[in-house]
Design a protein around this ligand. Structure first.
Ligand SMILES: *Cc1c(COP(=O)(O)O)cnc(C)c1O
Length: 461
């Protein structure tokens, strides 16, 4: 039998760091990454045959749980008809329609293969539409790994302790203005100075790549107001939150249902919306990006939004974008089946489990006397350690990085040895699925006290 140890050393001989995406290497927590042999429902099984309750969920896509039988069957059926054609298929139209049905302001949808491509395309579209170059982003917001968007990009670079990335020309970063998150004054000042040169503001509706950081009430609406006033486009990045926190994503929760920072209790789920909700919404972006859940675990993402802007894309317009595997038949069928199966019951279960798990974890940490803060936006949550986080909360990237991040490794490894796999970085959110049930909650509750004790005894390096 292979061990995780040998699998990792063999991988490192042929793959940089042994992984195809940095956070998987366990750099933030130490130790050996688990090489996964299979996954089903709420659990993953490693090459040593050990099974874990999974709170990573492939970093978001696994909303229904892993290997949902109906999604797998749909993919198998599609595979038997061919893996890729490089020609349009009807499934793409069906999935685009399913997206628009849930998020009615997405009048046109273009499918790509990764969230990185989706945001990259949204930026190009905004520049093409406005004839301007500058992009505004917020520190700690992650929009994939394209050159112009890597500055102060949150979890991945924060875990590695990197300021940004080597290999990005200064001429390109000079086109990106990075502002502190949730800072209305900084955003207003920026628009006053260079507003007429700003093509777009790109932002996560509720940042989930520096831990879970809620937007201040009115923050996203203020982004809308300033963009409109200065002729810039508003690009909402819902690659992580889209179809996960609500059928209509973060936009549905906040702009339609009025969710604001506060106690995650009571009715805050917008549920399924219709076109009339767009008119009544608090704010509506020009462009939106999706990924993760929309592909149901396959490589698929999308850029969507206002028809007049989207129709600037080739072949209709002058903004070029293309992809050999874009709208891949297996990926679109996985996404379509996933959205069809993600009914209100799934969202209710995911929300309830998220609330329960965050309470279990927070109670265990409190009982062990650990200063912490459990932040939650919809079904996304994560823990922040230290007195500062506990007393004033975490609302921007500086505060996120000021927490006692070193307390996370012992917490993570205690859970892992009890058979619960948390994200291997304190800057990542925890993902729950519709397949997480009583047995999983019990396993987490049983593991939590020892993990909390391990945190209490942790010493800074
Ligand atoms: C994951 C993520 C991306 C990048 O998507 P990839 O498919 O990993 O390229 C972009 N934006 C947000 C908010 C994300 O969470």
């Amino acid at each position: 039998m292979t061990t995780n140890e040998t699998a990792f050393s063999q991988a490192k001989a042929v793959i940089p760091g042994g992984v195809d995406s940095p956070v998987r290497a366990f750099g933030g927590v130490g130790g050996t990454p688990r090489f996964i042999a299979s996954a089903s429902g709420a659990r993953v099984t490693d090459v040593e045959g050990r099974s874990y309750v999974d709170l990573v969920g492939s970093w978001g896509p696994a909303l229904l749980g892993h290997a949902h039988p109906e999604v797998v069957a749909a993919v198998q059926e599609a595979a038997s008809r061919g893996l890729s054609f490089g020609a349009p298929t009807e499934t793409e139209t069906l999935l685009a329609s399913a997206v628009r049905e849930r998020v009615p302001f997405a009048q046109r949808v273009r499918f790509v293969s990764t969230g990185t491509e989706a945001t990259m395309t949204a930026i190009r579209l905004a520049r093409g539409a406005t004839g301007r170059d500058l992009i505004v982003k917020f520190a700690g917001n992650y929009h994939g790994h394209s050159d112009g968007l890597l500055a102060a990009a949150g979890s991945g670079v924060a875990t590695g302790g990197l300021p940004g990335s080597a290999g990005v020309p200064e001429a390109i970063t000079a086109q990106t203005i990075v502002l502190p998150y949730n800072d209305v004054d900084a955003l207003r000042a920026c628009f006053e100075q260079v507003g007429s040169a700003i093509a777009a503001v790109i932002f996560e509706g509720a940042p989930a790549n520096m831990g879970t950081v809620p937007p201040h009430p009115g923050w996203n609406r203020e982004i809308r107001r300033l963009c409109t006033a200065h002729g810039a486009l508003m690009i909402l990045d819902e690659v992580l939150t889209g179809f996960r926190v609500d059928p209509a994503g973060w936009w549905g929760l906040e702009a339609v249902a009025g969710w604001v920072d506060g106690a995650p209790s009571g009715r805050y789920s917008a549920g399924f919306v219709d076109a009339s909700c767009v008119e009544g919404a608090d704010w509506v972006p020009d462009l939106v990006t999706f990924g993760k859940v929309v592909g149901g675990g396959m490589p698929l993402a999308a850029v969507a939004g206002r028809a007049d802007v989207m129709d600037l894309l080739a072949p209709l317009g002058p903004v070029y974008q293309a992809g050999t595997l874009s709208g891949n038949p297996l990926a679109t069928v996985a996404g379509l089946r996933t959205l069809e199966l993600a009914d209100q019951g799934v969202y209710d279960r995911v929300n309830a489990s998220a609330q329960e798990i965050s309470t279990i974890v927070s109670d265990a940490l409190s009982a062990a006397g650990v200063a912490h803060r459990l932040q939650r936006t919809g079904s996304l949550f994560s823990v922040m350690f230290g007195e500062a986080a506990a007393s004033s909360g975490v609302y921007d990237y500086d505060q996120a990085r000021a927490q006692e991040a070193w307390r996370y490794a012992p917490f993570f490894h205690s859970f892992l040895s009890s058979g619960v796999a948390l994200p291997p970085s304190v800057y990542e959110v925890w993902f729950v699925s519709g397949a997480h049930g009583e047995a999983e909650l019990e396993a987490i509750a049983a593991a939590a006290p020892a993990a909390a004790q391990a945190v209490a005894q942790a010493q800074p390096e």
